[in-house]
Design a protein around this ligand. Structure first.
Ligand SMILES: [Ca+2]
Length: 403
């Protein structure tokens, strides 16, 4: 017979496990490697020998585009062959650390208008010198619309500029939402006060029309002293964003304040119009009225990068799951890989596992028109241990039966 104290302890745990309204974050803990799932995957090199691929996307005809941090837009033909020459090179790129050429996404009507959007660190000379005689430069992160022309891309329109920028926490992911609007994640460049500053574009999610104008139904268009581009605030450095197919709800992953406020604190958030995600007022397991706490929080750091709801048929075991890449965090307790997250109907995290744990740092993730999963390594970004063939883009499918 169990001791009464043990029974009390068990029932207390059961109560703690019951989801409550306004409960603190679901603490998911650190995911273990799923060896059964991993052994059912076929992982092939799709592209090798690239340098810090940051984001990738597919065009309607099956071509892949991806960015390299140093400022190149690269292309892969629909048959999987890497096009040797860059399709576009950013002039005046500011690159290094966590900045450079970052997000890329095609317009939903790319087949008609040939538009692709990129986000990048930009620098220009000010004509002034600092105390040591060095040229002073002005830097920002900006979004440019490119247009395809004769197999390459040319600048078409500057969509937005002036995101605060330095070498770290520069964002910056781009995606068109199910509403046809352009969403942009921005970092707070280690100036935490910017995340709650409504006059700053840093530490926010922004929402724009495809020409850079502000949609009339943005949440702060009528708020005095607030940038009308803001969709959500209180973010630190979110680099992953996607919409759940069934509900149309946006989810983001965000780097927590590891080393700045404790360890870890990496977040998965359900991001809604006009809401405040708390940084720097709350972080980790903290909660406060009026601020959104994350659905899940990871400590120590795993460094979540980009996220994707997988809807393909090429890997049945992953269908409907929320996937995100993890760079692995800093220090000796690295946990890179692809996290596989199960959500219940209310959006709470009900389980997590991890695959692709032996490839080093993983950054970009995309689903191809063939239903396969594509993931990029980031082992040449200065924080990894590159293999000879890195950086790679890997194509992942389920192993054929009997293999
Ligand atoms: Ca938060």
């Amino acid at each position: 017979m169990q001791h009464p104290t043990a029974l009390l302890f068990v029932s207390a745990l059961t109560m703690l496990g019951t989801p409550l309204l306004a409960a603190p974050p679901t603490v998911a803990g650190l995911a273990e490697m799923d060896t059964a799932l991993q052994s059912g995957l076929q992982v092939e090199d799709y592209v090798t020998g690239t340098k810090v691929p940051w984001a990738m996307c597919f065009l309607p005809d099956g071509r892949m585009l991806f960015t390299e941090r140093e400022g190149r837009v690269r292309g892969v033909a629909a048959d999987g062959k890497l096009i040797p020459e860059a399709l576009f090179e950013v002039k005046d790129i500011r690159t290094g650390g966590e900045i450079g050429l970052m997000g890329i996404t095609p317009h939903p009507d790319f087949a008609k208008n040939k538009w692709v959007y990129i986000a990048y660190g930009h620098q220009e000379a000010t004509g002034e010198k600092d105390a040591r005689g060095r040229e002073r430069v002005k830097i920002d992160v900006r979004v440019m619309r490119l247009r395809e022309s004769e197999g390459k891309f040319i600048e078409d329109k500057l969509i937005i500029s002036g995101f605060p920028a330095q070498s770290n926490h520069a964002g910056c992911l781009l995606r068109f939402g199910p509403d046809g609007k352009l969403y942009i994640t921005t970092g707070e460049m280690f100036r935490r006060e910017l995340s709650q500053d409504m006059t700053s574009l840093g530490g926010k999610t922004l929402r724009l029309n495809d020409d850079g104008s502000v949609p009339e139904d943005n949440p702060f268009v009528k708020t005095a002293d607030a940038r009308p581009e803001i969709w959500s605030l209180g973010h630190r450095n979110a680099q992953g964003m996607d919409w759940q197919p069934r509900t149309g709800v946006m989810y983001q992953v965000e780097h927590g304040p590891s080393g700045e406020a404790g360890t870890g604190g990496d977040e998965l958030n359900r991001v809604e119009k006009g809401k405040n995600y708390g940084w720097p007022t709350i972080h980790h397991k903290q909660s406060q009225d009026g601020l959104e706490h994350p659905l899940a929080e990871w400590s120590p750091a795993i460094a979540p990068s980009q996220l994707l709801f997988y809807t393909g048929d090429a890997i049945p075991a992953l269908k409907g799951k929320l996937l995100f890449t993890a760079l692995g965090g800093l220090g000796g307790n690295k946990r890179p890989g692809v996290y596989v997250i199960s959500l219940d109907a209310a959006g709470a995290v009900t389980g997590q596992t991890r695959i692709l744990t032996s490839l080093g740092r993983l950054r970009a993730i995309a689903q191809g028109p063939d239903g396969a999963l594509y993931v990029s390594t980031s082992n040449r970004d200065g924080r990894g241990r590159p293999a000879d063939s890195d950086d790679r883009i890997l194509r992942i499918t389920a192993k054929p039966a009997g293999k």
